[in-house]
Design a binder for this molecule. Sequence first.
Ligand SMILES: [Zn+2]
Ligand SMILES: [Zn+2]
Length: 339
Amino acid sequence: MRQPRYPQKMVRFTVLASGSKGNSTVISTGRTRVLVDAGLSCRELFRRMKLTGEDPQTLDAIVVTHEHQDHINGLSVTARKLGIPVYFTEATHRAWMRWISPRRQMTYAQWVEMCRRQTAERQAESPEPEAEADEPEAETASVAPTPPAETASATAGAPESSAGSSGKTDPTWLPAVEYFEAGRPFEIGDIHLSPFTIPHDAADPVGFVFRADGVRLGFATDLGYVPPNVKAQLTGVDLLLLESNHDLEMLRDGPYPWSVKQRVLSRVGHLSNDAAADFLENSYDGQAAYVILAHLSENNNLPELAKVAAERALNGRASLLANHLLLASQTEPLSSIYF
Ligand SMILES: [Zn+2]
Ligand SMILES: [Zn+2]
């Protein structure tokens, strides 16, 4: 673990970006720094981290909530550049690999067979253990090879890799992969992570409660509704980051095609302002010092509408006067919150 740069007793929460064009948040303690999703380009992530006073070089890991592009845009480049592990659920990792693979048009069965063949070819070629898409558990976080210069999208367009190609030409290659499961808490350094399943149209999407130094941070975006398991997870948190994606009327009258509107509105889509407000009014326990509205749609929402709906929901509750209500932005980082 790297040398502490901050006093030991401090938890810091910094939303770098939030919205359909990219999501990323840094959670740091005196000892550990974790990037939650890498939805911006690596360059932009680094720029925003520096703006907020976080040093990208001190990141220990990237944790991925789900494989949608606005959460993984800069993932492989960032992980490679820093030589740090990426934490996924297995299903999310596989979905990400399929998405990034130049042959993602193939069927799932064909894709599994290809992975198996490539792994066997690599193993036959080299006695050195190498990053294997199929066997990420074998990797360790200490592996930090020099990354290729290309971005994932650039390599994704490259010709098919030949038999025995090195990991560095494989667009799905990462310095190290660690698997976690919803419902099974784990730790990265001194940050304790409790992943929980959320209803969203991805392979295995999760929200998190992060805990460090006795501070609990609830994190839930990209969910079609708030089911009981999510309500249970989001109790007793000191900070709540909650999706407030769209205004129902703006979505209904807005530019999206009908099918996309249906997807957003569905039980595996995104939380509307009304749904977020309903949760805040009727299910939320009012314990958090900070409530951050996140993943606001640029086309189907206005910050004022999201804020007014949440304020109305919170103001109805006398115990919530100490709440700070903040809005995460797509275009600039939110000022760090310290505990
Ligand atoms: Zn998203
Ligand atoms: Zn999503």
